[in-house]
Ligand binder design. Structure first.
Ligand code: 13P
Ligand code: SF4
Length: 304
Protein backbone atom coordinates (compact mmCIF):
# COMPACT_ATOMS: atom_id res chain seq x y z
CA UNK A 1 0.00 0.00 0.00
CA UNK A 2 2.76 2.47 0.91
CA UNK A 3 4.74 1.40 -2.17
CA UNK A 4 1.61 1.81 -4.41
CA UNK A 5 1.02 5.32 -3.16
CA UNK A 6 4.69 6.19 -3.58
CA UNK A 7 4.56 4.99 -7.22
CA UNK A 8 1.48 7.13 -7.88
CA UNK A 9 3.19 10.16 -6.31
CA UNK A 10 6.35 9.66 -8.37
CA UNK A 11 4.27 9.41 -11.58
CA UNK A 12 2.13 12.45 -10.78
CA UNK A 13 5.02 14.70 -9.76
CA UNK A 14 6.75 14.00 -13.08
CA UNK A 15 3.57 14.60 -15.11
CA UNK A 16 2.81 17.83 -13.24
CA UNK A 17 6.38 19.20 -13.10
CA UNK A 18 6.50 19.24 -9.30
CA UNK A 19 9.52 19.26 -7.01
CA UNK A 20 8.96 17.68 -3.59
CA UNK A 21 11.12 19.04 -0.80
CA UNK A 22 11.14 17.20 2.54
CA UNK A 23 12.67 18.41 5.77
CA UNK A 24 14.72 15.72 7.54
CA UNK A 25 12.04 15.44 10.24
CA UNK A 26 9.61 13.93 7.71
CA UNK A 27 8.85 10.21 7.82
CA UNK A 28 10.99 7.72 5.93
CA UNK A 29 8.25 7.08 3.33
CA UNK A 30 7.99 10.81 2.52
CA UNK A 31 11.79 11.23 2.31
CA UNK A 32 11.89 8.30 -0.14
CA UNK A 33 9.69 10.09 -2.72
CA UNK A 34 11.24 13.57 -2.24
CA UNK A 35 13.49 15.20 -4.85
CA UNK A 36 15.52 16.61 -2.02
CA UNK A 37 15.70 16.17 1.74
CA UNK A 38 17.79 18.16 4.19
CA UNK A 39 17.95 20.75 6.95
CA UNK A 40 16.29 24.13 6.69
CA UNK A 41 19.37 25.81 5.19
CA UNK A 42 19.81 23.18 2.46
CA UNK A 43 16.10 23.30 1.60
CA UNK A 44 16.17 27.11 1.21
CA UNK A 45 19.15 26.97 -1.13
CA UNK A 46 17.74 24.02 -3.10
CA UNK A 47 14.37 25.71 -3.56
CA UNK A 48 16.03 28.58 -5.42
CA UNK A 49 17.55 26.34 -8.08
CA UNK A 50 14.83 23.69 -8.50
CA UNK A 51 13.79 23.79 -12.19
CA UNK A 52 10.18 22.65 -11.61
CA UNK A 53 7.28 25.12 -11.77
CA UNK A 54 5.63 23.84 -8.57
CA UNK A 55 7.17 23.00 -5.21
CA UNK A 56 5.50 20.94 -2.50
CA UNK A 57 7.06 21.56 0.90
CA UNK A 58 6.79 18.69 3.35
CA UNK A 59 7.83 20.52 6.47
CA UNK A 60 6.40 23.51 8.32
CA UNK A 61 4.90 26.79 7.15
CA UNK A 62 7.98 29.04 7.46
CA UNK A 63 9.84 26.63 5.16
CA UNK A 64 7.16 26.88 2.46
CA UNK A 65 7.09 30.68 2.87
CA UNK A 66 10.88 30.82 2.44
CA UNK A 67 10.57 28.92 -0.84
CA UNK A 68 7.82 31.27 -2.04
CA UNK A 69 9.87 34.34 -1.13
CA UNK A 70 12.89 33.11 -3.06
CA UNK A 71 10.87 31.83 -6.04
CA UNK A 72 7.76 34.05 -6.33
CA UNK A 73 7.07 32.82 -9.87
CA UNK A 74 6.59 29.26 -8.63
CA UNK A 75 3.46 27.68 -7.20
CA UNK A 76 4.41 26.67 -3.66
CA UNK A 77 2.24 24.32 -1.62
CA UNK A 78 2.55 23.46 2.04
CA UNK A 79 1.68 19.75 2.17
CA UNK A 80 -0.38 20.09 5.36
CA UNK A 81 -2.02 23.46 6.12
CA UNK A 82 -1.79 22.92 9.89
CA UNK A 83 1.96 22.33 9.96
CA UNK A 84 3.31 25.42 11.70
CA UNK A 85 6.33 25.99 13.92
CA UNK A 86 5.22 27.34 17.33
CA UNK A 87 8.58 29.10 17.80
CA UNK A 88 8.05 31.07 14.57
CA UNK A 89 4.93 32.68 16.06
CA UNK A 90 6.38 33.61 19.46
CA UNK A 91 7.24 37.27 18.79
CA UNK A 92 5.36 39.73 16.68
CA UNK A 93 6.78 42.47 14.51
CA UNK A 94 5.66 45.32 16.80
CA UNK A 95 7.52 43.91 19.81
CA UNK A 96 10.73 43.47 17.83
CA UNK A 97 10.38 47.02 16.44
CA UNK A 98 10.15 48.32 20.04
CA UNK A 99 13.28 46.39 21.08
CA UNK A 100 15.06 47.59 17.92
CA UNK A 101 14.21 51.18 18.79
CA UNK A 102 15.77 50.69 22.25
CA UNK A 103 18.95 49.17 20.77
CA UNK A 104 19.43 50.94 17.44
CA UNK A 105 23.05 49.84 17.07
CA UNK A 106 22.13 46.12 17.19
CA UNK A 107 21.68 44.04 14.02
CA UNK A 108 18.54 41.88 14.17
CA UNK A 109 19.60 38.32 13.40
CA UNK A 110 16.52 36.14 12.94
CA UNK A 111 16.47 32.37 13.05
CA UNK A 112 14.73 31.21 9.86
CA UNK A 113 12.03 29.73 12.15
CA UNK A 114 10.15 33.06 12.09
CA UNK A 115 7.07 34.36 10.28
CA UNK A 116 7.39 36.31 7.04
CA UNK A 117 6.08 39.36 8.87
CA UNK A 118 8.87 39.15 11.46
CA UNK A 119 11.46 38.71 8.72
CA UNK A 120 10.53 42.15 7.37
CA UNK A 121 12.35 43.72 10.36
CA UNK A 122 15.37 41.39 10.39
CA UNK A 123 18.77 42.36 9.01
CA UNK A 124 19.83 38.81 8.30
CA UNK A 125 18.41 35.31 8.69
CA UNK A 126 20.28 32.26 9.95
CA UNK A 127 19.62 28.54 10.28
CA UNK A 128 21.06 26.18 12.86
CA UNK A 129 23.80 25.10 10.42
CA UNK A 130 24.76 28.62 9.33
CA UNK A 131 24.21 30.76 12.47
CA UNK A 132 27.79 30.71 13.79
CA UNK A 133 29.32 31.39 10.38
CA UNK A 134 26.90 34.24 9.63
CA UNK A 135 27.18 35.91 13.06
CA UNK A 136 30.97 35.90 12.63
CA UNK A 137 30.75 37.22 9.05
CA UNK A 138 28.34 40.14 9.40
CA UNK A 139 30.02 43.51 9.93
CA UNK A 140 27.95 44.49 13.01
CA UNK A 141 29.47 43.84 16.43
CA UNK A 142 26.16 43.98 18.30
CA UNK A 143 23.55 41.31 17.63
CA UNK A 144 19.93 41.03 18.74
CA UNK A 145 19.28 37.31 18.20
CA UNK A 146 15.62 36.25 17.80
CA UNK A 147 13.66 34.16 18.73
CA UNK A 148 15.52 31.08 20.08
CA UNK A 149 17.36 31.71 23.36
CA UNK A 150 19.04 28.28 23.23
CA UNK A 151 20.40 28.62 19.70
CA UNK A 152 21.34 32.22 20.55
CA UNK A 153 23.28 31.14 23.65
CA UNK A 154 25.07 28.43 21.65
CA UNK A 155 26.07 30.92 18.94
CA UNK A 156 27.17 33.49 21.55
CA UNK A 157 29.55 30.93 23.05
CA UNK A 158 31.07 30.26 19.60
CA UNK A 159 31.38 33.95 18.69
CA UNK A 160 32.85 35.57 21.84
CA UNK A 161 34.12 38.59 19.90
CA UNK A 162 30.54 39.93 19.47
CA UNK A 163 27.87 41.26 21.88
CA UNK A 164 24.59 39.39 21.92
CA UNK A 165 21.17 40.25 23.28
CA UNK A 166 18.80 37.29 23.44
CA UNK A 167 15.03 37.08 23.84
CA UNK A 168 13.41 34.19 25.64
CA UNK A 169 11.81 32.29 22.76
CA UNK A 170 12.52 28.71 21.79
CA UNK A 171 11.39 25.37 20.46
CA UNK A 172 8.90 23.65 22.78
CA UNK A 173 10.01 20.22 21.52
CA UNK A 174 13.73 20.63 22.21
CA UNK A 175 13.22 22.72 25.38
CA UNK A 176 11.35 19.75 26.91
CA UNK A 177 14.67 17.92 27.29
CA UNK A 178 16.61 18.41 30.51
CA UNK A 179 19.95 17.36 31.96
CA UNK A 180 18.21 14.49 33.80
CA UNK A 181 17.16 13.01 30.41
CA UNK A 182 20.80 13.05 29.28
CA UNK A 183 21.98 11.38 32.49
CA UNK A 184 19.31 8.68 32.05
CA UNK A 185 20.15 8.07 28.36
CA UNK A 186 23.92 7.97 29.06
CA UNK A 187 23.39 5.49 31.89
CA UNK A 188 21.40 3.24 29.52
CA UNK A 189 23.96 3.58 26.70
CA UNK A 190 27.34 4.36 28.28
CA UNK A 191 29.33 3.90 25.04
CA UNK A 192 27.10 6.05 22.86
CA UNK A 193 28.09 9.46 21.52
CA UNK A 194 25.58 12.21 22.30
CA UNK A 195 24.61 14.31 19.23
CA UNK A 196 22.26 17.24 19.86
CA UNK A 197 20.53 20.08 18.04
CA UNK A 198 21.46 23.61 19.26
CA UNK A 199 17.78 24.28 20.00
CA UNK A 200 18.33 22.14 23.14
CA UNK A 201 18.90 23.83 26.50
CA UNK A 202 22.50 24.84 27.38
CA UNK A 203 22.61 22.16 30.14
CA UNK A 204 22.01 19.52 27.42
CA UNK A 205 24.32 21.09 24.80
CA UNK A 206 27.18 21.21 27.36
CA UNK A 207 27.14 17.41 27.66
CA UNK A 208 27.13 16.70 23.92
CA UNK A 209 29.90 15.17 21.81
CA UNK A 210 28.56 17.00 18.75
CA UNK A 211 26.16 19.94 18.30
CA UNK A 212 24.65 20.64 14.89
CA UNK A 213 21.69 20.92 12.55
CA UNK A 214 19.62 17.91 11.53
CA UNK A 215 21.86 17.36 8.50
CA UNK A 216 24.96 18.00 10.61
CA UNK A 217 23.90 15.31 13.10
CA UNK A 218 23.20 12.81 10.30
CA UNK A 219 26.54 13.49 8.55
CA UNK A 220 28.44 13.20 11.84
CA UNK A 221 26.82 9.86 12.72
CA UNK A 222 27.34 8.41 9.25
CA UNK A 223 31.04 9.33 9.14
CA UNK A 224 31.87 8.57 12.78
CA UNK A 225 33.79 5.42 13.71
CA UNK A 226 31.59 5.06 16.82
CA UNK A 227 28.91 2.34 16.85
CA UNK A 228 26.25 3.85 19.11
CA UNK A 229 24.61 7.28 19.23
CA UNK A 230 22.06 9.08 21.41
CA UNK A 231 20.18 11.49 19.14
CA UNK A 232 19.11 14.77 20.76
CA UNK A 233 16.63 16.02 18.21
CA UNK A 234 13.26 14.99 16.73
CA UNK A 235 12.91 11.19 16.78
CA UNK A 236 12.71 11.02 12.95
CA UNK A 237 16.49 11.57 12.77
CA UNK A 238 17.26 8.44 14.81
CA UNK A 239 14.87 6.52 12.55
CA UNK A 240 16.50 7.74 9.28
CA UNK A 241 19.95 7.01 10.66
CA UNK A 242 18.93 3.47 11.59
CA UNK A 243 17.92 2.86 7.95
CA UNK A 244 21.11 4.49 6.61
CA UNK A 245 23.53 2.74 8.97
CA UNK A 246 21.98 -0.60 10.00
CA UNK A 247 25.27 -1.75 11.53
CA UNK A 248 25.17 1.13 14.07
CA UNK A 249 22.65 1.78 16.88
CA UNK A 250 20.69 5.00 17.36
CA UNK A 251 18.70 5.87 20.48
CA UNK A 252 16.39 8.91 20.76
CA UNK A 253 17.55 11.05 23.71
CA UNK A 254 13.91 11.06 24.88
CA UNK A 255 10.64 9.64 23.60
CA UNK A 256 9.25 13.15 24.14
CA UNK A 257 11.41 14.60 21.34
CA UNK A 258 8.44 14.61 18.99
CA UNK A 259 7.41 17.66 16.98
CA UNK A 260 3.68 17.26 16.35
CA UNK A 261 3.80 19.91 13.65
CA UNK A 262 6.37 17.96 11.68
CA UNK A 263 4.58 14.66 12.31
CA UNK A 264 1.23 15.87 10.95
CA UNK A 265 2.20 15.52 7.26
CA UNK A 266 1.56 12.04 5.87
CA UNK A 267 2.20 10.34 2.54
CA UNK A 268 -1.53 10.63 1.62
CA UNK A 269 -1.26 14.41 2.24
CA UNK A 270 1.49 14.59 -0.38
CA UNK A 271 -0.70 12.62 -2.80
CA UNK A 272 -3.68 14.92 -2.11
CA UNK A 273 -1.50 17.95 -2.82
CA UNK A 274 -0.61 16.51 -6.21
CA UNK A 275 -4.23 15.76 -7.13
CA UNK A 276 -5.45 19.19 -5.99
CA UNK A 277 -7.43 17.72 -3.08
CA UNK A 278 -5.17 19.01 -0.29
CA UNK A 279 -2.33 21.25 0.79
CA UNK A 280 -2.33 25.03 0.90
CA UNK A 281 -0.96 27.31 -1.76
CA UNK A 282 1.30 29.94 -0.19
CA UNK A 283 0.50 33.55 -1.08
CA UNK A 284 2.58 36.53 0.12
CA UNK A 285 1.82 40.09 -0.91
CA UNK A 286 4.60 41.52 -3.05
CA UNK A 287 5.50 44.45 -0.78
CA UNK A 288 5.91 42.14 2.25
CA UNK A 289 7.86 39.63 0.17
CA UNK A 290 10.29 42.28 -1.09
CA UNK A 291 10.96 43.45 2.47
CA UNK A 292 11.23 39.96 4.02
CA UNK A 293 13.28 38.28 1.29
CA UNK A 294 16.24 40.65 1.87
CA UNK A 295 17.27 38.89 5.09
CA UNK A 296 17.02 35.46 3.43
CA UNK A 297 19.15 36.62 0.49
CA UNK A 298 21.70 37.99 2.97
CA UNK A 299 21.71 34.58 4.70
CA UNK A 300 22.53 32.84 1.42
CA UNK A 301 25.19 35.47 0.58
CA UNK A 302 26.98 35.02 3.96
CA UNK A 303 26.15 31.32 4.36
CA UNK A 304 27.69 30.28 1.04
P1 13P B 1 17.40 22.43 10.97
O1 13P B 1 17.92 23.76 10.59
O2 13P B 1 18.44 21.60 11.65
O3 13P B 1 16.75 21.77 9.84
O4 13P B 1 16.31 22.64 12.10
C1 13P B 1 15.03 23.07 11.83
C2 13P B 1 14.15 22.84 12.96
O5 13P B 1 13.01 23.22 12.96
C3 13P B 1 14.72 22.16 14.11
O6 13P B 1 13.79 22.01 15.10
FE1 SF4 C 1 9.55 24.32 15.27
FE2 SF4 C 1 10.70 22.91 17.18
FE3 SF4 C 1 9.10 21.69 15.49
FE4 SF4 C 1 11.49 22.56 14.70
S1 SF4 C 1 11.06 20.95 16.19
S2 SF4 C 1 9.56 22.83 13.61
S3 SF4 C 1 11.67 24.44 15.90
S4 SF4 C 1 8.53 23.29 16.97
Amino acid sequence: MIKDLQQKILRLKKEKDVCILAHSYMSEEICEIADFTGDSYALSVKAKTAPQSTVIMCGVRFMAETVKMLSPQKRVLLAHPQAGCPMAEQFDRELICEVKARYPDYAVVAYINTTTNLKTVADVCVTSSSAVKICKAIPQKNILFIPDINLGAYVRAQVPEKNFKLLSGGCPTHARIEKADVIKAKAAHPNAKLLVHPECRAEVVELADYVGSTTGIMDFAEKSAAAEFIIGTETAIAEHLQYKCPEKSFYPLSKDLVCHNMKITTLPDVYNCLTGAGGEEIAIDEQTRLQAVKCIEKMIEYGG
